[in-house]
Design a protein around this ligand. Structure first.
Ligand code: FAD
Length: 467
C-alpha cells in the first residue's frame, strides 16, 4: 500500500476540467479491489475522508478533494472479461478503464455492437461516467450511462463490498429511493455513496442506418419553430428514431470556430459563415434507410421554407462523417474550458460556471431568442448549447476577470431560481460538485434535501466519502 503526499508532483490531482482547485493532502493509486479495501481501511481508521477520482475530466469539481485523501482510480484500468449474451455483450471493467480504452476493445469484439451512450470525452473513466451518469449527444434515445450498466461492484463505507445488479430494488425509507433501483440511485451520486470498483458494461447492437445533418440558421427566431416542427413530424413516425437533437447558439459557433484553428481533429470540418446565428444538429436512425431520407427531405423543406438553404447544411452518413459532428460537440466543451483557463491565468480563483437546465417551452424560447432579462442585463459573455430535443440546455458563463466572475456566480444562481419559478429543473447533467453548490440555495425544496440526506446517511453514515 502506497500513500503519497500531494506536493508539486501530484498537484494536478487537486483540480479537474472545471479549473476548480481543491486541497487534499494525500493521494493513492490502487490497482486492485484488495488494494482499495486496504487503503480505505487505513484512511478510515485514521479518521480521514476519501474523495474518489477518475480522470478529472469532470466539469464541476466533484472529483476534486477538499480535504484529507484522494483515491485516484486511474491505475484500476484493466478490462477483465467479455461475455456474449444473445446479440449483446457484457464487458467487465475496472472502474479506471476509460471510454477510449473500451472503444479500442470493441473493435476486436464485433463491429455491430457499441457502448451506445456517447459522452464525448474519451479519457473519462467508467467510475466517473457512472458517478455522473454521463450523457452523450444521443441521450434522447439512449439515456445516460447507467442505462447501459448491468451491475457494479462497490465498496460501502461500512467496509462491505457488494455487487449490485441493475434490477435490484432499494430498501431505504426515503421517497427518493422508493422510486428507483439501486443502480439508478448510485449512478449520478458523485462518489458520495461508495467506491466503485468494477462495472459490467453492456454493449448493444448499433442501429442499421444513422444519418446526421447540421442546419445553420441565419435567424435565431426560427429555431424554436423548427424544433417544434421536427418533434411533431417524428413523434408519431414509428419507422425512424430521432436520437440526437442538439442546439448551438452563435457564441458557441464562434468558440468552435476559434478552437478549430488549432485543433487537428477539427481540420476536416468545413468552415462556416460567421453570420450564422445558431445551428441545430439532428441524427436519425432507422432499420430502413429510405425512411430516413423521406423524413430528412421533409425537414429540409421546412428549413428552406423558413429562409434556410441546402447549402447551409452539412450531412453525414458514414461513421467517419458522423464522427466529425461528435468532434464538433466535444470542441464546444474544450473551447469553453480553454476560455476559462485563460481567465484563470489572470486570476487563479476563477473556475468554470455552468448549469444544465430542463426548461419549460416558454423559457426555452426566451433563452434561445436571448430574451431573458437576467442575461440581457449581464455584462458577462455566455454561450448556450445542448439537448434542445429534450428542452435541456447548458448555460456557460465566460467571465474575463475576478469581478465578472463574482457577477457570473450571481447570474447563475439567479437563473436557477428563475428557471424553478418558471416550472423548470436545474442540475440535469454533469452534477453539482463543488462549483455549483451556491446554486442550490433557494432552489431545492427541504423535502428533497432531507431525502438526499437520508440516502447519504444510509450508505455513508460516518460521512467518509467526498466531503
Ligand atoms: C471536453 C470535454 C467534453 C465532455 N463531454 C461530456 C459529454 O458529452 N457528456 C457528459 O456527460 N460529460 C462530458 N464531459 C464531462 C466529463 O467527461 C464527465 O463528467 C465524466 O463523467 C467524468 O469522468 P472522470 O473519469 O473524468 O471523473 P472525475 O472528473 O475524476 O470524477 C467525477 C465524479 O466521479 C466520481 N468518481 C470517479 N471515479 C469513481 C469511483 N471509482 N468510485 C466512486 N466515485 C468515482 C468522483 O468522485 C466525482 O464525483 C466532458 C468533459 C470535457 C472536458
Amino acid at each position: 500500500m502506497e500513500i503519497f503526499q500531494i506536493s508539486d508532483k501530484y498537484i494536478d490531482y487537486n483540480k479537474d476540467e472545471s479549473k476548480f482547485v481543491g486541497n487534499s493532502s494525500t493521494i493513492s493509486f490502487p490497482t486492485s479491489c484488495d488494494e482499495v479495501v486496504e487503503i480505505f481501511n487505513y484512511i478510515k481508521n485514521s479518521g480521514e475522508k476519501i474523495t474518489a477520482q477518475g480522470s478529472r475530466t469532470g466539469l464541476v469539481g466533484a472529483g476534486v478533494g477538499l480535504v484529507s485523501h484522494t483515491m485516484s482510480f486511474e491505475k484500476m484500468n484493466k478490462i477483465l472479461d467479455t461475455t456474449s449474451v444473445g446479440e449483446e455483450y457484457i464487458v467487465k471493467v475496472q472502474s479506471g478503464v476509460t471510454l477510449g480504452q473500451l472503444r479500442e476493445h470493441i473493435k476486436n469484439i464485433n463491429e455491430n455492437v457499441d457502448f451506445l451512450p456517447n459522452p464525448t470525452e474519451e479519457t473519462a473513466t467508467f467510475g466517473g461516467l457512472f458517478s455522473h451518469n454521463a450523457k452523450g449527444m444521443n441521450s434522447l434515445k439512449y439515456g445516460g450511462v447507467a442505462n447501459h450498466i448491468n451491475s457494479v461492484k462497490i465498496l460501502f463505507s461500512n467496509g462491505d463490498v457488494k455487487t449490485i445488479s441493475c434490477d435490484e430494488k432499494c430498501s431505504i425509507a426515503s421517497s427518493l429511493a422508493e422510486q428507483t433501483t439501486m443502480i439508478e440511485l448510485l449512478a449520478g451520486s458523485e462518489g458520495q455513496l461508495g467506491l466503485i470498483l468494477e462495472l459490467d458494461v453492456i454493449l448493444r447492437k448499433t442501429p442499421s442506418n444513422r444519418w446526421g445533418v447540421m442546419f445553420f440558421f441565419n435567424r435565431v427566431e426560427k429555431v424554436v419553430e423548427f424544433k417544434n416542427y421536427v418533434n411533431n413530424l417524428l413523434e408519431d413516425n414509428n419507422n425512424v428514431d430521432l436520437s440526437v437533437f442538439e442546439y448551438y447558439d452563435k457564441k458557441t459557433l464562434d468558440i468552435v470556430g476559434e478552437w478549430k484553428k488549432t485543433s487537428s481533429k477539427l481540420k476536416s470540418i468545413p468552415d462556416y459563415r460567421s453570420e450564422f446565428q445558431s445551428a441545430i444538429y439532428l441524427e436519425i436512425e432507422s432499420e430502413l434507410e429510405e425512411e430516413i431520407e423521406v423524413a430528412l427531405m421533409e425537414i429540409l423543406d421546412k428549413f428552406e421554407a423558413e429562409g434556410g438553404a441546402e447549402s447551409d447544411t452539412w450531412a453525414g452518413v458514414l461513421p467517419s462523417e458522423l464522427e466529425k459532428f461528435q468532434h464538433f460537440r466535444h470542441a464546444v466543451q474544450e473551447g469553453g474550458n480553454s476560455a476559462i483557463q485563460n481567465a484563470k491565468n489572470i486570476d487563479s480563483s476563477i473556475f468554470k460556471l455552468s448549469m444544465d437546465f430542463k426548461l419549460q417551452d416558454s423559457m426555452l424560447e426566451d433563452i434561445i431568442n436571448r430574451n431573458v432579462e437576467i442575461l440581457k442585463k449581464s455584462s458577462v459573455e455566455y454561450f448556450v448549447f445542448g439537448h434542445i430535443g429534450e428542452n435541456h440546455l447548458q448555460l456557460n458563463l465566460l467571465p474575463n476577470n475576478v469581478d465578472e466572475f463574482q457577477h457570473a456566480k450571481n447570474i447563475l444562481a439567479d437563473m436557477c431560481e428563475y428557471n424553478i419559478k418558471n416550472g423548470g429543473t436545474n442540475f440535469v447533467e454533469n452534477g453539482v460538485g463543488k462549483t455549483r453548490i451556491n446554486c442550490l440555495n433557494n432552489v431545492v425544496n427541504k423535502e428533497f434535501i432531507d431525502n438526499i440526506k437520508k440516502v447519504k446517511e444510509f450508505f455513508d453514515k460516518e460521512s467518509i466519502f467526498n466531503c
